[in-house]
Structures are given as C-alpha cells and as structure tokens.
Design a protein around this ligand. Structure first.
Ligand code: ZN
Length: 191
C-alpha cells in the first residue's frame, strides 16, 4: 500500500529503479527512498515518540541498496539529540533481521525542521497525547504566553497555558489545559 506521504511523481530515472520520492507536507525537501526498503524503515520508531516511525518523523534523507548494502542518510531532529544514536543502531538491527547490512551516515545540512514530520505523523503524535507544532511565529507567541493556540490533545480545547519551556525532553514544552486540567507536552516548532 502506498501511504499518502509518498508521491509517485518521481523523475522517470528514479521510478525505473523502484524509487519513491518522499516529500514533506510543504514539498520543500525531498528524500530518495527505495520502495522495497520502506517496510523495514516503517518498523523503526522514534525512541522518544514510539508511535512515530522514522518515515513519519522525516529524518530519513536517503535509503538505497547498493551491492547488497543498505546505505541510509539520516538527519538528526536537532544537533545533539540523544535519540539519533539509538535510531542509527535500530536501523542497522532492523536490516540485519532480514540479513542485510546497513550503513548509516548522519547528514546535518539541510537541518531537519518540524515541517518534515508527515501529516500522518502529526496525527499519530496527537493521538499519543502530544500537541503538534504550530508555525514558527505562532510557536513564539505561545511560548511567550501571548496567545492561546496550543490544542489540548485530550479534549481539543485551546484554552491552555504554558507551564514550562521544557517538557519531558528539550524539544517539547509543558502545557496545561484549563478545561480538562490535563498537562501535556507540546512539540516545539523547530526550523
Ligand atoms: Zn483539555
């Protein structure tokens, strides 16, 4: 099954070789991922948000099999993110289960942004109880406490307020809903 975040509008040269071009929702960045590797990539998840696969997260820039070796280019969500070492090891382990050797290379530029998370990934994130990132300018407003825009993942209310700039990890902030009184993480916008 082709998921909605894979487009088949790949250049002919790529399509012939069984590539799918992965595009994020803003279509500003693309990743080249061979379609036969996708089922394995889907099994590798973000250790911090286990419902998100590395494809949902948009951290895979390239995945190509050459001479029996799977070569993967991985972009960290932010520099120094401890989850990336785990993801690299998990990728190698996932491919070794189907007797393939994988090499993982970190690609720092262009830098990952929250725009690279797929729409499906954002929905899974909300279902998991983490509020999705807002746009860059709205993100500033809510983190300065100037606007109430962060949607409570429990009840859907935007009557929420910032509790702490840092939630369970550095890339999240802690919010509280003034309607259902639940506290929850908000995934900060990262550009
Ligand atoms: Zn609520």
């Amino acid at each position: 099954m082709v998921r909605p975040y894979f487009t088949l509008s790949a250049p002919d040269s790529c399509r012939d070789e069984g590539f799918l071009i992965y595009k994020n929702k803003l279509l500003t960045e693309t990743a080249k991922i061979q379609s036969h590797l996708i089922p394995v990539l889907k099994t590798v998840s973000d250790p911090e948000i286990p419902v998100l696969s590395v494809l949902d997260l948009g951290v895979i820039r390239e995945a190509i099999e050459e001479n029996g070796i799977v070569k993967i280019k991985l972009t960290p969500t932010y520099s120094g993110c401890p989850a990336m070492d785990v993801i690299a090891d998990d990728l190698k382990a996932a491919f070794s289960e189907i007797s393939k050797k994988a090499e993982v290379e970190l690609v720092l530029s262009p830098a990952w942004s929250t725009d690279w998370i797929s729409e499906e990934g954002l929905q899974k994130m909300e279902e998991y109880g983490i509020a999705r990132p807002l746009s860059e300018s709205h993100d500033k407003d809510v983190l300065l406490g100037e606007k109430k825009m962060v949607k409570c993942p429990q009840c859907g209310s935007t009557n929420t307020h910032l509790v702490s700039q840092f939630g369970s990890t550095a890339c999240k902030a802690l919010f509280k809903c003034d309607d259902c009184q639940e506290t929850f993480d908000y995934f900060k916008c990262l550009k």
